[in-house]
Design a protein around this ligand. Structure first.
Ligand code: GUN
Length: 283
């Protein structure tokens, strides 16, 4: 019988820990503040940003919401980030992606002060991750490590296969699993014999972006399966990159969609913002 890894419960646990620690910091006169910048009116981004603001409220953080129109120039956005970089009352800065096409995302990410880079997307954060120095970890991969640890999944010495090599999930995920002493294989669109490689995995982490692509032919009996994908189907239901009904019966543990990896991203963002606040205040 497989066990469901309950991301909703675990993310709530983390937010409660952050809330508790935030209340303790208040005694020292410190209150975390997250600035969230949204450019344009992408409906999905509006929902994400709204959820981030709600999480700030829940944890006892201040939040600053910067909403800029679609036609905002790159220079105007960079100027806004500069202002927030220099504002000591702001501990974390997040620019919601994607940005309008006329704005260079790399340039924008690089303009954020690495000490306030709570998304963990700045090259300095990525470099620190790679060489094992303290910094900010990208929220989704860090959330997956928490899911595994809090579900008593042993990582050290295990065969871990990550499908997907994006900068936001696949690459940092692989490095974090390596840091936890797994033997890591990264698969991508040019991988030969994907099924055979996936079948080696004790822990299979799927971030491909194709609905229900992973069926039981890709999964070893008793594997732990983590599904990063989220898709809205024609019948309005949400599904992941993993065909849950097909795969779950042969797993030991599996994350559902929704309610698996998704809720962890915001919980880890809150954790990062608290961490940044403590570092900036040297507590
Ligand atoms: N767009 C989709 N996911 C994310 C995220 O984790 N951070 C930011 N800034 N934008 C996103």
């Amino acid at each position: 019988m497989y066990e469901i890894i309950d991301g909703k419960r675990i993310s709530q646990e983390i937010k409660d820990e952050v809330k508790q620690e935030t209340a303790e910091l208040a005694g020292k006169g410190i209150k975390p503040c997250l600035a969230v910048i949204l450019v344009g009116n992408d409906p999905a981004s509006q929902v994400y940003v709204g959820n981030k603001k709600k999480a700030c409220e829940y944890c006892g953080f201040d939040s600053i919401s910067v909403e800029m129109p679609e036609e905002t120039s790159e220079a105007e956005l960079l100027e806004k980030i500069k202002e927030l970089n220099e504002d000591d009352s702001v501990n974390g800065i997040l620019v919601q992606l994607p940005l309008p096409k006329h704005i260079n995302e790399d340039l924008v990410i690089e303009s954020i002060n690495p000490a306030k880079d709570v998304d963990g997307f700045h090259p300095v954060s990525v470099g620190n991750l790679l060489i094992g120095r303290p910094g900010f970890l990208s929220c989704t991969p860090a959330g997956i490590i928490e899911l595994l640890k809090r579900s008593d999944v042993e990582i050290a010495g295990k065969e871990c296969v990550v499908i997907g090599r994006s900068n936001i999930v696949g690459k940092p995920m692989s490095v974090l699993m390596l840091r936890e002493n797994a033997t890591v294989t990264i698969c991508h669109s040019r991988t030969k014999d994907l099924k055979e490689v996936c079948k080696r995995a004790d822990i299979l982490i799927v971030a491909i972006g194709k609905p229900k692509m992973i069926t039981k032919e890709y999964v070893k009996d008793g594997a732990v399966v983590i599904d990063v994908g989220i898709h809205r189907m024609e019948d309005k239901k949400l599904c992941g990159d993993v065909d849950f009904d097909d795969v779950a019966p042969i797993c030991s543990k599996i994350t559902p969609v929704p309610g698996g990896v998704g809720p962890m991203t915001i919980a880890m963002l809150m954790k990062n913002c608290l961490l940044g606040t403590k570092r900036q205040n040297e507590v």
